[in-house]
Design a protein around this ligand. Structure first.
Ligand code: GNR
Ligand code: NI
Length: 170
């Protein structure tokens, strides 16, 4: 088992746009395993490769109660979004301790490849729909705090930088 380091906001590398995976091979399957270990250990319900400084389009999600229902999304594309949106409180492993509401499409359909490179399509609602949209934003270099007001975002930046300094001192 290998745990990866999760980048913390504000880190410029969180704003890099991820490139599509060309072939789903053993290297990608190892990345998926390490990302899943890192997500479960955190613990979190999702993790995008961008957060572990790998700029390829790979996401792991597990929104199950017991936490052993891993969903792997490689090169995901949203093919449909409901017009209805819902504001849900979000958090992010790259912005620990910060929670705020973000409006997302209530229901989505998406396509992706699994860890064997097989294409699939899925419809999602509830926490899964929120999580897929949150993780796909990471692949575009977007962190959820960018939906908040500049005032809130600047407060969060200051708080995160202070926490970072405390960590370095300790
Ligand atoms: O663990 C996580 N919980 C969460 C809760 C509400 C909305 C989105 C998320 S994703 C987050 C893990 C994470 O940062 N993924 O990028
Ligand atoms: Ni996140």
């Amino acid at each position: 088992m290998a745990l990866l380091t999760i980048l913390r906001y504000p880190d410029a590398r969180l704003h890099k746009k991820a490139k599509p995976v060309a072939v789903v091979d053993e290297r990608i399957r190892k990345l998926v395993r390490d990302m899943a270990d890192t997500m479960y250990e955190a613990p979190g319900v999702g993790l995008a490769a961008t957060q572990v400084d790998v700029h390829e389009r790979v996401i792991v999600i597990d929104v199950s109660d017991e936490g052993r229902d891993l969903l792997v999304l490689i090169n995901p594309e949203i093919t449909w979004k409901s017009e209805t949106v819902k504001a849900v409180e979000e958090g992010c492993l790259s912005v620990p301790g910060i929670y705020d509401e973000v409006e997302r499409a209530e229901r989505i359909r998406f396509t992706a490849l699994d860890e064997e490179g097989r294409p699939y399509e899925m419809q999602a609602e509830g926490l899964l729909a929120v999580c897929v949209q949150h993780e796909m934003d990471h692949l575009e270099g977007k962190v959820f705090v960018e939906y908040l007001s500049a005032l809130k975002r600047n407060r969060i930046k200051t708080k995160m930088k202070k926490a970072e300094r405390e960590l370095v001192k300790a």
